[in-house]
Design a binder for this molecule. Structure first.
Ligand code: SF4
Ligand code: SF4
Length: 416
């Protein structure tokens, strides 16, 4: 059992989550860069066409939420959700401002004092909303680019208008909506009703001995304004455990145990006495999560920073000039890594062939693509077949990584 109260533990976790929320986009741990069509995951810059990795990353994150909901119910809402963290911070800020105002101008009439509280609170929330909106939009736009737009007070481009809209919504949310968001807009509480089962973690009131003293402290401290004694399945309950702390504190003074607990389901044991109960459903969910984690690591380990694609241009099958047969090909090189690279093209299994390309090697800077065409020619009459199978070798430097690209060369039938 922890030595701190659930509330203290939750506040510490909130601080860690806040730091993670800010760090994720700035360190490119999770970020979708919409203007550049890139997805960042664990420091990797993924291109939008790297479907495999993005698929595994999405499925892994989705099953992580599913597993957490089946095992621990609404614990995500109470301990990890940014909406809840900032809603509670906004309520605490309001309490702090009110206390300060009462201390300084306690002799003012209550309505005048309240107007001052509101003015200071809205000013602070306004500044906070700009900062929060900045972090939030950084998940979708490069932070340095966004900072430039903020300094320039850009409200004309799409990114600038989105920034202004998110700032206003953030302000309205944390000034007025707060925890009401969880019961009106957020679908997660309803989803939990589907995912949870008879062994999912709950906050439950149990009073077989009828020892409740009706102090109602558990109701007063509840950030969602509900009475947990009515049911452990209320959609508003975010499993924050503030009511557990309240009851432990009140009944502790009477040397009695608290009446509200974390339990494994409605009929299950107290979570403080027994570890997570297991069944086939939980094992399967963990197995699926493990499968996607493995898929993601394999996809990341197989990832090549430089992707080379070559395709034949068959608008004209071939051309003949100066006693040679020419086929035209188009290349596309994507440098998805962080270092400059170059690609050298060469040929295999096509005797007497020459390759005519403007530059060989082709240089590509990090994060950019290069495309162009080249021609391969062989002496006319040297080919025995209409279609000759050969390979184009694309060697990526540095690292000397060879890509063997199977290709066909077409020549006129007279050359047989
Ligand atoms: S009922 Fe208890 S656990 Fe549920 S939201 Fe209220 S204080 Fe938190
Ligand atoms: S805090 Fe405990 S004792 Fe007080 S009303 Fe709630 S359940 Fe009853």
């Amino acid at each position: 059992m922890v030595n701190v109260t659930w509330h203290e533990l939750r506040k510490r976790i909130h601080l860690i989550c806040f730091a993670i929320f800010v760090a994720l986009p700035f360190l490119n741990i999770v970020r979708a860069d919409i203007p550049r069509q890139r997805f960042y995951f664990a420091g990797f810059e993924l291109w939008i066409n790297e479907f495999g990795i993005i698929f595994f990353a999405m499925m892994f994150l989705m099953f992580l939420i599913v597993a957490s909901s089946i095992f621990y119910g609404r614990v995500y809402c109470g301990y990890l959700c940014p909406q809840m963290i900032f809603s509670e911070a906004s309520v605490s800020l309001e309490t702090w401002v009110r206390r300060k105002v009462v201390r300084k101008v306690g002799h003012w009439k209550a309505p005048k004092r309240e107007r001052l509280v509101r003015a200071i609170l809205y000013l602070l929330l306004g500044v906070g909303s700009v900062a929060l909106a900045f972090v939030f939009i950084s998940y979708f736009v490069e932070p340095s680019d966004l900072f430039g737009r903020l300094i320039a007070f850009d409200i004309r481009t799409a990114a600038g208008i989105s920034g202004a809209a998110v700032t206003i919504l953030t302000f309205l949310d944390f000034a007025f909506l707060r925890q009401r968001f969880c019961t009106t807009v957020c679908p997660y509480g309803y989803l939990q009703g589907i995912l949870g089962d008879g062994k999912t973690l709950l906050v439950q009131y149990r009073d077989e001995g009828h020892t409740c003293i009706e102090c109602r402290k558990c109701v007063r401290v509840c950030p969602m304004g509900i009475d947990i004694r009515e049911s452990p399945f209320q959609i508003e309950c975010i499993h924050c455990a503030d009511c557990i702390d309240a009851c432990d504190e009140i009944l502790g003074k009477l040397k009695r145990p608290g009446l509200i607990h974390y339990t494994w389901g409605e009929k299950g044991e107290l979570a403080s006495r027994r570890k997570q109960p297991w069944d086939a459903k939980r094992a399967i969910v963990l197995a699926v999560l493990f499968f996607y984690a493995c898929g993601l690591s394999v996809a990341l380990s197989l990832r090549r920073p430089v992707l080379v694609r070559v395709s034949p241009e068959r608008a004209t099958l071939y051309r003949i000039a100066d006693g040679r047969v020419y086929n035209r090909f188009r290349y596309n090189i994507a440098n998805r890594g962080s270092k400059p690279s170059s690609v050298v093209f060469s040929l295999q299994q096509l005797p007497a062939a020459t390759l005519a390309i403007e530059q060989n090697p082709v240089s590509v800077t990090p994060g950019e693509s290069a495309s162009g065409t080249f021609e391969i020619s062989v002496p006319a009459g040297r080919q025995n077949e209409l279609v000759t199978h050969f390979a184009i070798i694309a060697t990526t430097l540095p690292g000397q990584v060879n890509d063997t690209i199977p290709m066909t060369f077409l020549a006129p039938s007279e050359s047989k």
